[in-house]
Design a protein around this ligand. Structure first.
Ligand code: NAP
Length: 251
């Protein structure tokens, strides 16, 4: 797999899965744009890219500030990417949040915030880059979903709805952009050890571990490898799919 000459964007690349994806795409040769909502939020990611490539990818790695839930912020980020990168070949919509709570007590605000970031945010970013990706002739969209978008999850009605919606959005994009050589797929992680899952109690974690046939939690690197494959020429005939990467948890 070789992404030399490709320009990639990873949203929410300051830590966790997004950071691992940015490092993997840079390691495979891509010019990578990383985003965070905070100034300096992707500094550690740029350092990690430098370390993983012995400094080779440092000059082709860039950090930008973007709140994917905010139209103006997405527009400004898209302008900066196309001005510096000259276009876009690979888009990874990874930015995501949770605001868990039982449905009967879930506030409209918590529902809107999660759907606004995870689903509407991905829509805004996809729309901002649809033309450059079509121009690329071999564009790649990878949206980071979740197994709960397929199964639902008690306490995560907002999150599960956003991730299920992402599958419908991705399949529609796959159909509309196929004629322009663009593929669009979802990677649906199971339980991955990141900040997002760090706060779960030991009881919840050990109950979840019992449901994973491969008997370990996933790492951000497990997801990054799958994303790297989907972005490569090797996956050129794969579109509109949801690849579940969960150690067998939901098979
Ligand atoms: P994480 O460690 O909490 O990182 C989330 C990332 O999203 C951060 O880089 C954060 O950036 C960014 N972000 C949050 N709100 C944003 C916004 N409004 N605009 C732009 N960026 C924003 O999460 P993670 O575990 O790596 O998860 C990454 C993705 O995988 C998410 O879509 C998540 O739903 C999905 N996923 C994770 C798991 C898991 O077990 N960890 C399982 C299934 C799916 P800043 O805070 O720096 O702004």
């Amino acid at each position: 797999m070789n992404l030399t000459g490709k320009v990639a964007l990873v949203t929410g690349a300051s830590r966790g899965i997004g950071r691992a994806v940015a490092v993997e795409l840079a390691r495979l040769g891509a010019t990578v744009f990383c985003t965070s909502t905070r100034e300096g939020g992707c500094d550690a990611t740029l350092t990690a890219i430098g370390e993983a490539t012995n400094g080779e990818a440092t000059s082709r790695s860039h950090a930008l500030v973007c709140d994917v839930a905010d139209q103006a912020s997405v527009d400004a980020m898209a302008k900066a990417v196309t001005a510096t990168g000259g276009g876009l070949d690979i888009l990874v919509n990874n930015a995501g949040i949770t605001k868990d709570g039982l449905f009967l007590r879930m506030s409209t605000e918590d529902f809107d915030q999660v759907v606004g970031t995870n689903l509407r945010g991905a829509f805004l970013v996809c729309r901002a880059f649809a033309r450059p990706l079509a121009k690329s002739k071999a564009g790649r969209i990878v949206n980071i979903g979740s197994v709960v978008g397929l199964t639902g999850n008690a306490g995560q009605a907002n999150y599960a709805a956003s991730k299920a919606g992402l599958i419908g959005l991705t399949k529609s994009l796959a159909q509309e952009l196929a004629g322009r050589g663009v593929t669009a797929n979802v990677v649906a992680p199971g339980f991955i050890e990141t900040d997002m899952t760090a706060g779960l109690s030991e009881d919840v974690k050990s109950a979840m571990l019992k449901q994973i046939p491969l008997a370990r939690f996933g790492s951000a690197g497990d997801i990054a490898k799958t994303v790297g494959f989907l972005c490569s020429d090797a996956a050129g005939y794969l579109t509109g799919q949801t690849l579940v990467v969960d150690g067998g948890m939901t098979m």
